[in-house]
Ligand binder design. Structure first.
Ligand SMILES: Cc1cc2nc3c(=O)[nH]c(=O)nc-3n(C[C@H](O)[C@H](O)[C@H](O)COP(=O)(O)OP(=O)(O)OC[C@H]3O[C@@H](n4cnc5c(N)ncnc54)[C@H](O)[C@@H]3O)c2cc1C
Length: 592
């Protein structure tokens, strides 16, 4: 099937046919099998040792990584020519989703197989790959990534660590402190960023055994306690010149490209964590009795279960739609060309806005899920005997690392705006068309006989509002808009809600025709719940944005447009929620 290859951010200005989106229902048998292998690994090899891992028995973590190596789970993204499996991004995301059920171990796994391994794959020389890659993808060595410093987190390029070439030109001497390094306590290979001559931001491959590298004490953390987080102290650390990774002064490319990948995988991971937490909540609701009834029989609890199910559905739909976008684009590349990896990373960078959306939206869905799952547990959610307490603590980090959610929110409209400025997205032309729609008195009637007609009409209208507001903001602030953070945050929320809702609804539409009667009912219910929720959140962010940008008659006109375009006729909403809740409570699982 030929899919139109959508550009990054283009979903905001075009109507996307449902056949063009990849959904979890499209997984091949091979992909499912790898998902099942991962699930079985977590169940048999990690969950029996969760207590030990939580108490920082890192021997268990290292053993787990080795076992992952044996199963091939550390080489999903590694090219075949270097002994890897070179599977698609959908499989990579499925593994990230399934491994999330392992709690803290999943953080070690993600840091190792993501930020720890990918810089070497994409930027390493043949000699560097020959020296290190096999050790890493088999789990013989654990890997870590050292970007953050005490004085530079979000502002990663503000790093102070230095690298000075020795007089004989054989090695660099690295000095500085790296902060919050995942796997720091047991990693054997570190990708370290430092400035050559205090100026040229550069990456280095640093072995633990290199003279001058010290591992700091374990941080005492709120959650993910079974992961190792330490400082890495470089005190005249001697690194051979052969271990410069990529080019001198081009470290920022490595840092940013690897972050894009980390963000979409984080979206998949937190979706897996959310599913696991939801199941615990539903099981508990079925067990717990108050007022002589299971608490799952109460509407207040059912509404939570329905809302969480819908949130996870949107999160999952978004993640795999993004996987499909990436895989479609990557499949067009010619592997035989010399600059294949450059093109590969450029292809991923194309979807940098969607990668940031995945990180923000899915981590915030998980935040809602763990909060409400704890609430469903009442007082028992607050004590460590039940896993709800750990889920709640473990969740928090996802809104901080891989770029905080604020930084990611700022990036979303910033990147879209830059694409528009470069002429890659006709944002201003579409904004003018959208503005004209403010003057049209009414909408075309919706053909209610088509499934999801109301939801799809809403999505089209939300895009119109996004365009009206971005057009207004660009006109008012021009190139100064990048400094107006409150407006950018509101714009990000609009772009995020549209992508998430559209992903959910297009998936419903695609799957609906061939679905059983029960599945059809569930799909219609989840689309309604997602659309209502998105329309409300969108309207709030849009109104805020309008007040930030406009005043006087134009403001009045835009506010009335927002009212009109975000209106969602959610008849049957209560029944839809009850349908979702009843299915989840009966099956005691995530129902899609
Ligand atoms: C458990 C854990 C594991 C980690 N693992 C690793 C790892 O393996 N490797 C690694 O290199 N790093 C790692 N990190 C570091 C992590 O990526 C950083 O903590 C994160 O990037 C934020 O940096 P910071 O903590 O310095 O916060 P800051 O950058 O100081 O941010 C503080 C606040 O200011 C906001 N802010 C910052 N800049 C802006 C801006 N321009 N505009 C608006 N708001 C802004 C932030 O959103 C945040 O709310 C880890 C951190 C933790 C806690």
């Amino acid at each position: 099937m030929d899919r139109k290859i959508l550009k990054g951010g283009e979903y905001l200005i075009t109507e996307v046919p449902c056949q063009d989106v990849f959904t979890p229902e499209d997984f091949t048998d091979e992909q499912r099998q790898i998902g099942e292998t991962t699930e079985a690994f977590v169940k048999n090899e990690i969950l029996p040792h969760v207590e030990e891992i939580e108490n920082q028995n890192f021997v268990r973590v290292v053993e787990g990584l080795k076992k992952c190596g044996e199963l091939g789970l550390l080489m999903i993204d590694t090219p075949e020519e270097y002994g890897g499996l070179e599977l698609d991004k959908a499989t990579s995301m499925l593994v990230a989703e399934k491994i999330a059920a392992s709690g803290s171990f999943s953080v070690a796994f993600s840091a190792h197989s993501g930020i720890g391994t990918l810089p070497l794959i994409y930027y390493g020389t043949e000699a560097q790959k020959a020296q290190y890659l096999e050790k890493i993808i088999t789990g013989e060595w654990a890997a870590a990534y050292c970007l953050t410093e005490p004085g530079s987190g979000s502002d990663a390029l503000g790093a102070r660590a230095t690298a000075i070439l020795s007089a004989d030109g054989s090695h660099y001497l690295l000095n500085g402190t790296k902060q919050f390094i995942t796997n720091g306590g047991f990693a054997e290979l570190f990708t370290v960023f430092a400035k050559v001559d205090k100026e040229h931001f550069t990456a280095f491959l640093v072995e633990k055994s290199f003279e001058g590298l010290q591992v700091g004490a374990e941080e005492k953390k709120l959650g993910i306690k079974g992961s190792s987080t330490t400082q890495i102290i470089l005190d005249n650390c001697k690194v051979p010149v052969e271990n410069v990774l990529g080019e001198i002064g081009k470290g920022h490319k490595i840092a940013f490209n690897v972050l894009n990948i980390g963000r979409f995988k984080l979206g998949a991971g937190v979706t897996g964590a959310a599913k696991m937490a939801l199941v615990e909540g539903v099981k508990y609701a079925n067990e717990r009795k108050q007022f002589n009834a299971q608490i799952s029989s109460f509407g207040a609890i059912q509404e939570k279960i329905a809302d969480l199910t819908a949130g996870i559905f949107a999160s999952e739909s978004l993640v795999y739609r993004l996987a499909g976008l990436l895989d479609t684009k990557l499949s067009t590349l010619d592997k035989s060309v010399g600059n294949y990896y450059e093109e590969y990373l450029k292809a991923i960078e194309e979807y940098a806005p969607e990668c940031a959306i995945s990180k923000v939206y899915c981590s915030e869905v998980l935040a809602d899920v763990v909060d409400e799952v704890l609430q469903i547990h009442g007082g028992y959610g607050y004590v460590s005997e039940y896993p709800a307490e750990r889920f709640y603590r473990d969740e928090r980090i996802n809104r901080i690392f891989e770029g905080t959610n604020e930084v990611n929110r700022l990036l979303i409209p910033g990147m879209i705006l830059r694409k528009a400025m470069k002429g890659e997205l006709p944002l201003q032309r579409e904004a003018m068309k959208a503005f004209e729609q403010l003057m049209t008195p009414s909408f075309e009637a919706i053909d209610q006989s088509q499934p999801f007609a109301r939801e799809k009409s809403l999505i089209g209208n939300l895009k119109t509002v996004f365009l009206i507001l971005s057009g207004a903001a660009i006109q008012k602030y021009m190139d100064k808009l990048e400094k107006e953070q409150e407006i950018l945050m509101a714009a990000a929320d609009l772009a995020i809600q549209i992508f998430a809702l559209e992903s959910a609804v297009l998936r419903c539409e695609k799957v609906h025709a061939k679905a059983s009667a029960r599945k059809k009912e569930l799909l219609e219910a989840v689309a309604r719940v997602c659309a209502f929720d998105a329309s409300e959140k969108f309207a709030t962010a849009a109104r805020k944005g309008a007040f930030y940008v406009e005043e006087g008659d134009t403001l009045t006109m835009i506010l009335s447009g927002i009212r009109r375009f975000t209106k969602f006729e959610a008849t049957g909403l209560l029944q839809a929620k009850r349908t979702l809740a009843a299915a989840a409570i009966e099956d005691e699982k995530y129902i899609f």
